[in-house]
Design a protein around this ligand. Structure first.
Ligand SMILES: Nc1ncnc2c1ncn2[C@@H]1O[C@H](COP(=O)(O)OP(=O)(O)OP(=O)(O)O)[C@@H](O)[C@H]1O
Length: 245
């Protein structure tokens, strides 16, 4: 496993308040990583920095074999580099079917699609994506009719259509039933076999099921990193995060 993303000494202040404070850490490829931390720890700002939505005051975010500095690239260029982001709220085309949503997501993506094989390949890819996110039996349904969890899966499928090398996922378990959470865990674990997947999540049961390396953020820095057992035994983590409420 080599580093795909390397955050080095990144800081970002808003009106003098340090949301990210000399943050350094790396994500491998493939890798599944959970990022946890109390409210205001900087988790969202971290994702904003990686995707180019926010620019750091200092530091570098190196990416890929060429160690490109993402902080110098535009938001759309970063997306084209292969970084996908799933926001907390599902955003799918409610009036379109599951199939149409996936087809729209495939449109314009890279891939060996020639004119002759285009339709067949496209149908195969849509079927494979639906299978991957557990929606094979729902292809003809309007997305608006799906449950909250199914909408989240559809959006994950739409993001996977672009074949990202890094997928950032914000609180996927929120609002899901426990059965949906379990399926989501399996989906993310599977997706992370061939790419980097970073999951920001508050639900510790969900994080436990991901069974991956965990980074704990606090006040814009890495407070602890390692297995869930390791970080939850850390006195500082207990003090600032787990011990609360
Ligand atoms: N655009 C902004 N302007 C001003 N302050 C901001 C901005 N974005 C973030 N902050 C501040 O930076 C800090 C880190 O916020 P961030 O949203 O990254 O934390 P978080 O870990 O995602 O929190 P939560 O778990 O509540 O989503 C917070 O104190 C927040 O108020």
């Amino acid at each position: 496993m080599s580093a795909l993303l390397e955050v080095s000494g990144v800081s970002k202040s808003f009106d003098g308040f340090k949301a990210i404070d000399n943050l350094s850490f790396a994500i491998g490829e493939p890798e599944l990583r959970a990022v946890i931390g109390p409210n205001g720890a900087g988790k969202t700002t971290f994702m904003d920095l990686v995707t180019g939505k926010t620019r750091p005051d200092s530091g570098t975010i190196r990416w890929g074999e060429l160690s490109r500095d993402l902080t110098r690239l535009s938001e759309s260029r970063i997306a084209r580099e292969g970084i996908g982001r799933k926001f907390q709220k599902p955003t799918v085309f409610e009036d379109q079917t599951v199939w149409e949503n996936l087809r729209l997501a495939l449109k314009g993506t890279r891939g060996p699609l020639t004119v002759l094989t285009y339709r067949r390949d496209r149908a195969e890819r849509i079927a494979a994506l639906a299978e991957e996110v557990g929606l094979s039996d729902h292809l003809a349904r309007r997305a608006g009719e799906l449950s909250h969890g199914q909408k989240q899966w559809l959006e994950i499928g739409m993001l996977l259509a672009a074949e990202p090398r890094l997928l950032l996922v914000d609180e996927p378990a929120a609002g899901m039933t426990s059965a949906e959470r379990e399926r989501t865990t399996a989906m993310l674990v599977e997706a992370a076999k061939t790419r980097a997947v970073v999951v920001v999540e508050h639900d510790m049961e969900f994080v436990a099921r991901l069974n991956c390396r965990v980074t704990v953020l606090h006040e814009g820095r890495v407070l602890a990193e390692g297995s869930l057992a390791h970080v939850t035994a850390d006195a500082q983590v207990i003090d600032v995060y787990l011990g609360r409420g």
